[in-house]
Structure formats: C-alpha cells, structure tokens
Design a protein. Structure first.
Length: 595
C-alpha cells in the first residue's frame, strides 16, 4: 500500500511539474515573439483600405475569451474603437464595408453611422457595398448612408421600408395542456409577462410597441436623409415605395453606383492610390490594439457590459460563459477602475435587457461607491438598456443614449407556470415533499396557494417601489413623475430624453466627451482607455504579448491549432483549476466554505 501511495505521489508531482514546464514554455515563446515583433512592427502595409462585413448580426460588445487566440468577429465597440484608431493612422486611407442582409437594429446602425462619419472627418473615405437591401428594416440602409458612396448590385432588391415587430403568446397552448401560468407584473406595460398570460398584444403593449417602432422610423429617416442630403419627406415616400430594385433606388438618389462587390473593392483600392492593399478589420484590430489601452494621455476606464444580468461570476476555470453581465465580475471591474489612481473617469457601455434583481442591485451599489470615491461615471447605452439594464444606470453622472436605444422598462415581473397537470396528460406521475410552509413556493408542479400569491404580489410591490425610488434619487426627479413614466414601459432614447430618463442623445464618443468634462479635461485632451476587466492570468498575458507583432500574427494560426489538440486542452483544463494567485492546497470536488 505504501508503495502504491508513493507511486501516486510521483504521478501527481510529475503532472504538476509538466504543467509548470508547459506554462514556462509558453511564456518564453511569447517573449521571443514579442522581441521579434518589435523588430518587424505590426506587419501591416503602408497603404491600406480596411474591409468589414456587416451582413450578419453582431454583438454590441463581445466577451473576451482568454483562450480565444487570434482575430475574432468584431463587435460594435470593436468597430467604433478601431475606426477611431484608423482615423489617426496615416497608412489607412479608407474603409469598404458590406451591408444589406443583417437586418441591423437602428440603434446599432446609429452607432456605426457615427463611427464611420468620425473616420471620414479625419480625411479618410468610406464606401458601402450592398448585394441588396433584403430586409424591410431601415438599419442596414442607415449604416450605408454614412459612406461617401453606396454601391449596389444590379437588379437586386431594395427592401428598406419601415419597422415591424411580432411576439409569441403561449396562453392558448397552456390552456390546452392544463398548465397554470401565474405571473404578476408591475405595471401594465411590463410586457415580458404577457407571453405567458395573454393570447395577443394587450392595449398598453400595443401602444408602447407602436410608439417605439414609429420612433425608430422617424430617427432612421431623419439621419439617412441628412447623410444623403435628401428631404426627409421625400425619403419617407421612397421607403414607402419599397420593395423596389437597384435601378429605382439609383434613380431616387438612394444609392450612388451600380456594380458588384469586386467592382466596389477595385474602386476603393484605386481611390487609396498605387500599391494599396485590402486589410480585414479584424486583422487590423488584432495587429494594432493593446490589451488595455488605446492611444496615450489621461486614462478613462472603459467597462463593457453586454447581455443578461446574472448573479455570481461568468468564469468557470479560465473560460468565460458567453455574453452575460455577471454581477461579481462587473463589480470587480468597477472597483478596480475606482481604485486606480490613474483613471479619472469611468465610461460604462451597456447593452442589456436586464435580468436578476439582486445582481442589478449589486452592480448599482458598486457604481455608487465608485462615484463616492471621486470617479465620475458616464453610461453609454447601446441597442438596449432596459429594466435591469436601466437600473444599473440610474445613479450615473450622465446617461447618453442613441435616439433608437430601447431603455426604461422600469418595472418587474415574477411568477411561475405550474405544469403538474400537464405531466399527467402525458402519463407522467410527479410527487413532492416539503418541510416548511413555503418550502415548495417555487415548485413547477403546483400552483401558488392564495397566501403564496399574496406573498408574490407583495414582493413585486416592494421591488417596484424600490426601483422607482432609486430612479427618482439617481435621476433627481420627483417620485410622482417617475411613477407616471415607469409602469414597465419601454421608451426609445429620443422619447426618454424629454422625460429625464437620459441626459443626452449621442454615440459612444458623446459619452467620452462627457467623461472628459466631468474629469476636468479640455474637450481636445488626449485620453486613453483602460479596459476592464483586464486580461486574466497567463493566457491573457500571452494574447496581449502576441497582439501587434508580425511574428505573433504569423504564429497565431499554428499556435491556435496546437491549443486545440486533446493533450493541450487537457493541460489547459488542469491549468484552469490552478490558483489565480498565492499558494493554495486544494482538493478538487470538495465544497468551499464560501459557497
């Protein structure tokens, strides 16, 4: 037995030794590549046109996976920051982007529109190329109007015409299968609960949906008309004629050139001058971005919060768990930014439909503490900052939203759908035992008792009252006014501003300008963004070292293939369980006293 234990001990220490050697080898490789990269530069040509493809849906912000080596599909924020950097890069002459099939949300189109126009203001050119505008929404076309020229494929459809919405309602299904939905909401406009309780749009939901669709059409039409130097009324009439075709769109002045993708590409390279080369935006991003900063000057913290708001942490080992706003991670990022003496202000980019009440409150508390520590906080809203997404914004010194941003939804819903009878229809028997009056409060098998339903309504009332009071305090509005504009109603940024829910309409750079001002900096002061959360652990450091080096770019494909082998993945998994700092003695699988 003793010999067996010694054998196990030798195996264990041999495995640990192998992991440490593997990690050390990676660090040495990174150092060599970094040195070579400093000699060779970033590997980009001296005359280039950036290319980006906006024909598929994109996220506002992208969760950074420390194991995701190499380029990744750019998010809206990646595009915004990269075009700003490219505007100051003399090697970049212009950008060619393809649009037309993503059915892009208007708020995203407004952000990209502003980024391209900022890029053009630096003396660069932009060309939009559309195989066709296939959807009826106006977002794809609005993004295209930011360019100097819009190209469109011959005899292709131009479908841009307006805005529409639809919803599924499950009440009829529940009736057929004897499921019992019991959802309480505060208040009438909180439509997230309606899919379970209704068979079609309620009056309030139909009202708010019609209102924000009209606001989207108005905002997009006004912006596109300004970009194209057209009368908004004439442009609205042109949209009303859709679907139409390329020739009709050209005749109406909606596009500039008729040609295929390679024609637009050749035109862009010709305009850039002799020797120009096309460089994909994701490659430009990876070659030029620093893991933590963009440019020089005073630091402003940039915290990107995209996805559903959830409790706890999104990290399992060394991997992120998709695009969510995990309270523990978000709070840690805010605290780190607040505690950094080099950071003069914090910009939080939010794109979220909300989520957990407790997680939202945890994040709001961290924002307030950062402000108490002397760091002004500015919120830049993306496509959606509603319910919990608005909750975490309420105390910010300034809130900036796009005209088409969906925000507000100051309300709450809670409840369950009891499916005990539904299982019986399928011949499934289910039973349960609870010790304690409300031990089975959230059971999906049985409906609430009258007392439990009263308790549920009390919870909704308390949370709603707390939500509205925090909005009133944060936005410095009378509580009676907040109660009038709350009721769970969604507003566009354009409609929210007159009500005091947001301070200003604008893009990300509008929020940065506000942060500069609040930090006591001049309007033209150079700033750098320190991104939070910062790269985690060994792999974040290696990815940072690779970024911006020609050698790193050349090595990345082979390195990524190596990392996908079973042996390497096994080592990575083991490394993911290693302590993040300090010395630990830990046995896997045992419960933690912090759980």
């Amino acid at each position: 037995m003793l010999a067996f234990l010694r054998w196990l001990r030798s195996i264990f220490f041999g495995a640990v030794n192998g992991i440490l050697k593997f990690a050390l080898a990676l660090v040495l490789i990174a150092m060599v590549l970094m040195i070579v990269g400093l000699i060779h530069g970033d590997g980009l040509p001296d005359n280039m046109v950036l290319t980006m493809d906006l024909r598929t849906p994109i996220h506002d912000s992208e969760a950074r996976d420390p194991l995701a080596f190499g380029p990744h599909p750019p998010s809206v924020m990646d595009i915004v920051l990269a075009l700003d950097r490219a505007g100051r890069d003399a090697r970049v002459k212009g950008v060619l982007f393809r649009v037309g099939t993503a059915d892009m949300p208007v708020a995203q189109a407004e952000e990209i529109n502003a980024a391209v126009k900022r890029f053009r203001a630096a003396g660069k050119f932009a060309i939009a190329d559309a195989p066709g505008f296939l959807g009826t929404g106006l977002g794809d076309y609005l993004a295209a109007t930011s360019a100097n020229e819009i190209w469109m494929q011959p005899n292709a459809p131009f479908g841009a015409s307006g805005a529409g919405a639809g919803a599924l309602f499950l009440k009829g299904l529940f009736d057929k299968i004897d499921a019992v939905p019991q959802i309480v909401k505060r208040a009438d406009y909180k439509s997230a609960a309606d899919m379970y309780m209704q068979k079609d749009y309620t009056g309030p939901d139909r009202e708010q949906t019609t209102a924000f669709l009209q606001s989207w059409v108005d905002s997009a039409t006004a912006a596109a008309a300004a970009n194209r130097h057209l009368d908004p009324k004439v442009l609205a009439a042109d949209f009303a004629n859709s679907p139409q075709f390329t020739g009709d769109a050209r005749k109406a002045g909606l596009i500039d050139k008729i040609g295929y993708g390679d024609d637009a590409r050749e035109a862009a390279l010709t305009r850039a001058g002799a020797g120009a080369r096309a460089v994909a935006l994701h490659k430009y991003i990876h070659a030029t971005e620093s893991a933590n900063e963009y440019g020089g000057g005073t630091r402003i913290a940039l915290i990107e919060a995209a996805g559903e708001i959830v409790d706890g942490s999104a990290h399992s080992g060394m991997r992120g768990d998709g695009n969510v706003i995990a309270a523990d991670d978000m709070v840690a990022a805010i605290r780190a930014a607040a505690g950094d003496k080099s950071v003069k202000a914090i910009v939080i980019r939010i794109d979220s439909p909300g989520g957990s009440v407790t997680a939202s409150d945890q994040i709001l508390n961290a924002v307030k503490k950062a402000q108490t520590a002397g760091k002004p906080v500015v919120v830049s809203m993306g496509m959606l900052a509603a319910s919990g997404g608005y909750y975490i914004s309420t105390s910010a010194n300034r809130i900036v939203a796009e005209p088409a941003t969906l925000t507000g939804s100051i309300g709450v819903f809670t409840g369950k759908v009891a499916i005990g009878k539904s299982l019986g229809l399928l011949g499934i028997d289910a039973d349960q035992i609870g010790v304690g009056k409300n031990a089975l409060f959230d059971s999906a098998l049985t409906p609430y008792t009258p007392d439990q339903l009263a308790n549920l309504n009390h919870q909704a009332d308390a949370i709603y009252a707390d939500f509205t009071s925090k909005v009133a305090a944060g936005r410095k509005l009378p509580l009676a006014d907040v109660q009038q504009i709350a009721k769970g109603r969604v507003w566009t940024g354009a409609d929210a501003r007159p009500k005091g829910l947001v301070d200003q309409l604008g893009d990300f750079w509008t929020a940065v300008a506000d942060a500069r001002k609040l930090a006591g900096l001049s309007a033209d002061a150079q700033v750098s963004f320190k991104r939070y959360p910062q790269p985690r652990g060994l792999f974040g450091a290696i990815d940072s070292a690779f970024s911006g080096t020609a050698a790193g770019l050349r090595a990345m494909e082979g390195f990524e293939a190596l990392m996908e082998t079973p042996a390497a993945r096994a080592v990575v998994h083991a490394a993911g369980d290693m302590p993040r700092g300090g010395v630990e003695m830990r046995a896997a699988g045992l419960p933690s006293d912090t759980e």
